[in-house]
Design a protein around this ligand. Structure first.
Ligand SMILES: Nc1ncnc2c1ncn2[C@@H]1O[C@H](COP(=O)(O)OP(=O)(O)OP(=O)(O)O)[C@@H](O)[C@H]1O
Ligand SMILES: [Mg+2]
Length: 273
């Protein structure tokens, strides 16, 4: 799984923090079920993520990673606690305003891309902008700009079935980035990719983090993927078990440290992390 690092991946990703955190969680709990049968999927998580951080969320299957991401995306409501995105408490946003909140603040990169087969790559990237009524000329400029940065300018007229998995995933990145969201959320974004495409996607994400200052929160099981991040939160039973930072370490050194942490987390998780 471990591979030779590239020059672009050697530096610690992320920019200096500026002002208030992009994301702040205060004692967030998400419980499922009722009295006799409660699952504490997220069990009192407090954390801050600064602008420009590239953070991974790891942990065994069932430790609460997706639930945490869904609460941050306001796809799931919290049982208690507060989630602030750029200072705004999203747990207090009315249901009917949530779609606007998501479109204006968040970008999503899904495991299976969620591209529409009947639209071209360019149309897939621009769809959210079309919905929000952005003038066509502005959309066109933004699509060309972001496609250029992600190296997919040549495939904008093609349909998803005509491009590779890695190109689809970069299209998904472009779509997540086009609104310049405050926060990009990704749940197992490399899950459906082969190792070469995974690596390309991770390098793309590290580069949008480094060069464009995008703030990314990514769920992953894979220590290789996590080693591209600047910080890793490890969940256990809905709580933050530990947190590690890459600081000045090379990606390879960080990868080894992540493996050590996962070993510490317990032998029983060896097959599922
Ligand atoms: N809608 C739901 N109803 C009831 N229980 C749920 C629901 N969604 C998740 N859970 C439970 O909450 C816990 C956390 O689930 P979650 O999907 O967040 O885990 P995860 O860390 O993302 O796991 P994986 O790595 O397998 O994707 C699990 O015990 C799961 O069974
Ligand atoms: Mg999950």
């Amino acid at each position: 799984m471990e591979q030779t690092q590239t020059a672009s991946a050697q530096k610690t990703p992320g920019r200096q923090a500026e002002g208030q955190p992009i994301l702040r969680l205060e004692r967030v709990k998400k419980y499922y079920g009722n009295h006799g049968n409660i699952t504490k999927a997220v069990d009192g998580i407090t954390l801050h993520i600064d602008r420009g951080e590239f953070t991974a969320v790891m942990g065994a299957s069932g430790s609460g990673k997706t639930t945490l991401l869904n609460c941050i995306a306001a796809i799931d409501s919290v049982t208690s606690g507060h989630i602030f995105v750029s200072g705004k408490d999203i747990t207090a946003v009315r249901e009917r305003d949530l779609a606007d909140f998501r479109r204006e603040n968040l970008g999503f990169i899904f495991q299976d891309f969620h591209l529409l087969d009947t639209l071209t790559i360019g149309e897939n990237i621009s769809m959210a902008q079309i919905i929000s009524g952005t003038p066509p000329k502005v959309i066109d400029r933004r699509v060309r700009d972001i496609a250029g940065k992600l190296g997919i300018s040549g495939i904008l007229e093609k349909f998803p079935c005509e491009v590779s998995g890695g190109q689809k995933q970069r299209c998904a990145c472009a779509r997540a980035l086009i609104n310049e969201p405050k926060l990009i959320l990704a749940d197992e974004p490399t899950g459906a990719l082969d190792s070469r495409s995974s690596r390309l996607l991770l390098e793309t994400m590290a580069s949008i983090n480094e060069k464009l200052g995008a703030t990314i929160l990514m769920v992953t099981h894979d220590p290789f993927c996590a080693s591209f991040c600047g910080r890793i939160l490890v969940l256990k039973d809905g709580k933050i078990f530990t947190e590690i930072r890459r600081d000045g370490k090379t990606r390879k050194e960080f990868f080894t440290e992540i493996l050590d942490i996962l070993t510490l987390l317990g032998g029983d998780t060896g097959n599922v992390i």
